[in-house]
Design a protein around this ligand. Structure first.
Ligand SMILES: CC(C)(COP(=O)(O)OP(=O)(O)OC[C@H]1O[C@@H](n2cnc3c(N)ncnc32)[C@H](O)[C@@H]1OP(=O)(O)O)[C@@H](O)C(=O)NCCC(=O)NCCS
Length: 159
């Protein structure tokens, strides 16, 4: 399927954990050589991913029939935590991640959550810019629990 085909988004449950994990590993593998504290994305099992999805849900993005992106969210008491946003390299920089974020935010709003949160390493400044463009504000900055890096928490009020 060509890269110009229409993008479609679908909410899925834990039974799709294997494909969500495959997309995540393919997207995060570029960080293997960059991050001094490896992302736990690289060693999550299908069971780990399924149990995370069970806390809320997951999203798949398709271009034509190809699955090119994934993300997941956990519905917590007073907010939604969105994580592991992943888009395959050939399909980046065309708004797929932004579209997945907005869809997950709207789903969380219909589930009664008025705030979305996400956490990012400061070593990945382009990601922080992406979330700030989507309306997220940095609320905290602290050392990574597993080593010599800095993490920022971002939050957005949903409406
Ligand atoms: C971050 C990611 C999901 C963005 O997906 P995307 O569909 O390209 O995002 P969008 O098209 O909606 O927005 C593009 C913006 O994403 C951000 N971005 C971060 N890393 C990027 C990358 N490697 N390539 C392109 N854009 C990237 C930039 O802010 C970019 O805007 P810019 O081109 O003006 O700098 C994707 O690059 C990815 O899967 N990266 C690896 C995994 C990851 O870091 N996930 C997020 C963890 S918090």
């Amino acid at each position: 399927m060509g890269e110009d085909a229409a993008v479609t988004l679908e909410f899925v449950g834990p039974e799709h954990a294997a494909v969500v994990r495959d997309l995540m590993r393919a997207a995060f593998s570029e960080y293997d050589a960059v991050l001094t504290v490896p992302s736990s994305a690289m060693w999550e099992t299908v069971e780990d991913v399924a149990s995370h999805i069970a806390e809320g849900g997951a999203m798949l993005a398709r271009v034509g029939t190809d699955t090119v992106g994934s993300g997941r969210y956990a519905l917590r008491e007073d907010h939604v935590y969105i994580g592991r946003l992943s888009v395959l390299p050939p399909y980046r920089a065309r708004g797929i991640a932004a579209a997945m974020m907005l869809a997950m935010e709207q789903r969380a709003l219909t589930e009664g959550r008025a705030e979305a949160r996400i956490s990012v390493r400061t070593m990945l400044p382009r990601n922080i810019e992406l979330y700030e463009r989507l309306g997220y504000i940095v609320t905290a900055r602290y050392p990574h629990p597993r080593g010599d890096e800095v993490v920022v928490d971002l939050a957005k009020q949903l409406r």
